[in-house]
Write a protein that binds this ligand. Structure first.
Ligand code: FAD
Length: 284
């Protein structure tokens, strides 16, 4: 852990669509708030499909007393409605955003214009100055559409040059991928913090599907172990807890500036990890 900056924890949610989901998220937020993260973040569906639900969840978390960072991308929005959304967040007292290009939503075809994240960062800076702390995405195991590792690092640098303050990575299970990436970013002149994204392991089937789509690698030895557990979810969770605790320890021992947890709107897998790492405030 760095001696200079305190360790930063952040927790990511997706916006629930139903009243039941919202009630559950309120409880999950309460359980996770005990860990005193610097902020929670709320994802934004492809093409802006969750716009109202994202704003609603952001509002609920803010009202419950936590700092919250909405994710956003241009999606189906034109410039005017994006400016309106930025102003709405400003009025709500939001001062941090996660700026993304996002992905093409299925079925939107040619009418959908993808705006690269560096252009979105530029746009936000142009219209709101320095009001927001801007997080961007980074990919230690390379974004699936990237031409090469080097071009991906160059485009990350463009996001910082456009005014991003820090980055959060896609999740990974091989810490060397993160360390090599950080080294390459530093060589490319990036001097801003890059926070590792951590995905707890609770369900192998969904993790496997998700990882294929987003380009995160599950190492072969982990796959083999996870496959061998079959439907034995207790063993999958116990193995996942061991592996991910060890991953977090290795990252923190080697100066990762903090951890960003993809909570999938569940408290327990994340709180158990934080507890294992000895990071629950007031508990030594
Ligand atoms: P960019 O940084 O724009 O990069 C996209 C691709 O284009 C990369 O291959 C890059 O190398 C290349 N590239 C970048 N800039 C340029 C350029 N100027 N010219 C040419 N090529 C370029 N998705 C959601 O839908 N909602 C979310 O809330 C969400 N949250 C996320 C949070 C985190 C921390 C992470 C890591 C990912 C998240 N995603 C989310 C997924 C993300 O939207 C996808 O990975 C998307 O494909 C890329 O978004 P980006 O902002 O990284 O894009």
């Amino acid at each position: 852990m760095s001696d200079i900056e305190p360790l930063r924890l952040s927790f990511e949610f997706f916006p629930p669509k139903t009243e039941k989901g919202r009630e559950k998220l309120a409880n999950v937020h309460k359980e996770l708030a005990v860990c005193e993260p610097e902020f929670f973040s709320v994802t934004y569906g492809a093409g802006g499909s969750t716009r109202d639900n994202t704003i609603g969840s952001v509002n609920a978390i803010k009202t419950a007393g936590s700092q919250v960072a909405p994710h956003l991308s241009f999606g189906g929005d034109d410039e005017e409605s994006m400016i309106a959304l930025l102003n709405e967040y400003k009025d709500m007292g939001i001062d941090r955003l996660v700026a993304l290009r996002g992905d093409m939503p299925s079925g939107m075809g040619g009418s959908y214009q993808m705006v690269y994240a560096n252009q979105l960062v530029e746009f936000i800076r142009k219209h709101t100055g320095d009001h927001f702390h801007l997080e961007v995405a980074a990919y230690p195991e390379i974004h699936p559409e990237a031409q090469s590792f080097d071009s991906d690092v160059d485009f990350l640098k463009q996001k910082f040059d456009a005014g991003a303050n820090s980055a959060i990575t896609q999740y990974f299970y091989n810490p060397d991928a993160y360390f090599y990436f950080i080294e390459s970013c530093m060589e490319a002149g990036i001097d801003k913090p890059i926070y590792p994204g951590i995905m707890p392991i609770t369900n192998y089937q969904s993790l496997s599907r998700f990882s294929t789509n987003c380009g995160a690698e599950i190492p072969r030895w982990m796959r083999k172990r996870l496959e061998a557990f079959g439907d034995d979810t207790d063993s999958i969770k116990a193995f996942g807890l061991d592996i991910v605790s060890e991953l977090c320890e290795t990252l923190l021992e080697n100066d990762a500036p903090g951890l960003h947890f993809y909570t999938m709107n569940n408290a327990q897998p994340t709180t158990t990890l934080i507890e294992n790492l000895g990071l629950i405030p007031g508990k030594d």
